[in-house]
Design a protein around this ligand. Structure first.
Ligand code: PA5
Length: 480
């Protein structure tokens, strides 16, 4: 178990040792571990990553590791944080609802912050119960016509109940032209802009470049007078939760963005050493890399035991899939690298996926996430004393039963030589969430180096886009 002073811990007992990843496995790549650590150190200091090119084929810096450090002249500065907080304060007791438009890296981190902080029932709470912060809805994460229409109807109905009804549309797109995001935004904007009593405003979050390089969204914002926040250069979508992309959502819901960045910073500081035994991101990368390369564990099930953390698993799917799912290494040789990420939630998926984890192919690592202390933790009552079987669990706190389920799952897997590990969060809060997300982001940077693949590009997503664009053009032509 590697435990940090904050209480965050990585328990890798079921991933390392006899019959698992061994000391000999690690010794066998000692030189590569040292090189990976040096390369990530260089990335942290300069933003340079060997061989990394932008979508346009030009060298591009990788700057996400600078985001936790708030200082004048940095990507997150005291002024930018102040502006975000002012923005959040301007919504309190004033704005009724926010709709966030974004997809992929412009959505998944935002969803993590929303779920962790707000839970499932935020939008049905009163403004007072929300601390004066607005309701928040997501759109643009799909092109689903029915859900989009449902959302429009829901907002129209709310606006019919309250006048004026103040709605803010937050449109997030680094490229500024993503079909899903912009298509949904246009549908919703058009449907709501003339609803009587509904006051509509828009904020855009996009690449800040101006002039010829301005994104479509940036141009629209300039022409329409919408305020903007920035997706900084050198910060890819899947790493952008620590930038204004994620922090805008944090500001909208009163999530503690200082603590979130402090958690990321604290994890960065905990990951400075080159010894995997003391550096949790390097340790995670080394063990998962070796579990796949030497032991065939090519699937990673990310399984938080907390409903509010399901979105972390979804965020991690993108992080792992886009960062490490690569056809070629940096020498251009075909390697078809990358573990397949899978979303699971405990205890829910113990009643669905665990059969496969326990008895299916031995090709998985199950990565559990445990929350140690809960803000609410009901005791299971002895509600039906005549039902003897049920009295077995009465008087236990729900979290005790949840922990027992996680431990039993890990033990059953281990007893059959199956690999798992646990991230322990002392508490579900902004600080520890910042630690967890940052650890995972830094870990894929290390693993990219170990596997010698570019963890910061995603050329594979261009293939379908090349086919889809002409299809859309043909559809439009046919409709004329
Ligand atoms: O990680 C990525 O680059 C992608 O998932 C993008 O975040 C996603 O495609 C959305 O792109 P954009 O922010 O340009 O709209």
């Amino acid at each position: 178990m590697l435990t940090l002073p904050s209480g965050f811990a990585f328990d890798y007992a079921n991933l390392y040792g006899d019959g698992k990843v061994t000391g000999a496995d690690i010794a066998g790549i000692a030189g590569r571990i040292a090189a990976a650590h040096a390369a990530v150190g260089h990335m942290r200091a300069t933003g340079e990553v060997r061989g990394h090119l932008s979508k346009d084929g030009v060298p591009e810096k990788v700057l996400f590791s600078q985001l936790p450090y708030v200082a004048a002249g940095n990507l997150n500065s005291p002024e930018s944080i102040r502006r975000l907080k002012d923005f959040g304060a301007s919504l309190r007791h004033r704005t009724d609802a926010v709709i966030h438009f974004g997809i992929g890296g412009s959505y998944l981190g935002n969803r993590v912050l929303f779920d962790a902080h707000c839970g499932e029932f935020w939008n049905s709470r009163s403004p007072e119960e929300r601390g004066g912060y607005p309701e928040l809805y997501f759109s643009g994460n799909n092109l689903d016509p029915l859900r989009t229409d449902d959302l429009i109807k829901h907002i129209r109905a709310a606006a019919a109940e309250k006048t004026p009804y103040r709605l803010l549309l937050v449109v997030v797109s680094k490229s500024g032209g993503t079909l899903d995001t912009m298509g949904s935004f246009m549908v919703v904007h058009e449907a709501l802009r003339q609803v009587p009593g509904l006051e509509l405003s828009v904020v855009a979050v996009t690449d800040p470049a101006g002039g010829d390089k301005a994104t479509l969204l940036k141009k629209l914002a300039n022409d329409s007078g919408w305020p903007t926040f920035a997706v900084p250069d050198g910060v890819g979508g899947r790493f952008s939760v620590f930038s204004e992309v994620g922090l805008v959502t944090a500001a909208c819901i009163g999530f503690d963005l200082d603590a979130f960045l402090a958690g990321a910073r604290s994890m960065d500081q905990a990951c400075l050493e080159g010894d995997p035994r003391t550096n949790p991101a390097l340790l995670n990368a080394v063990l998962k890399y070796l579990a796949a390369a030497n032991h065939g564990r090519n699937i990673e099930i990310f399984m938080p035991y907390a409903d509010r953390l399901k979105a972390v698993a979804e965020w991690y799917v993108q992080l792992l899939a886009e960062s490490l799912g690569k056809r070629t290494d940096r020498q251009g040789r075909e390697v078809f690298y990358g573990r397949t990420p899978v979303v699971a939630v405990g205890t829910t998926d113990m009643h669905a996926q665990t059969q496969q984890h326990q008895d299916g192919a031995r090709d998985k690592v199950v990565q559990f996430v445990r929350v140690a202390a809960w803000d609410s933790d009901p005791v299971i009552p002895d509600a039906f004393p005549s039902a003897r079987e049920l009295t077995k669990i009465s008087s236990l706190r729900m979290s005790q039963a949840l922990d027992a389920a996680l431990e039993a799952n890990a033990q059953a897997l281990a007893a059959d030589g199956r690999y798992s590990a646990v991230f322990h969060l002392p508490h579900l809060d902004a600080f520890h969430l910042g630690e967890l997300l940052y650890l995972l982001a830094l870990s894929v940077a290390y693993e990219g180096e170990l596997a010698d693949v570019d963890a910061f590009d995603q050329p594979g997503v261009e293939a379908y886009k090349r086919i889809m664009s002409p299809k859309l053009a043909a559809l439009k032509q046919a409709g004329r």
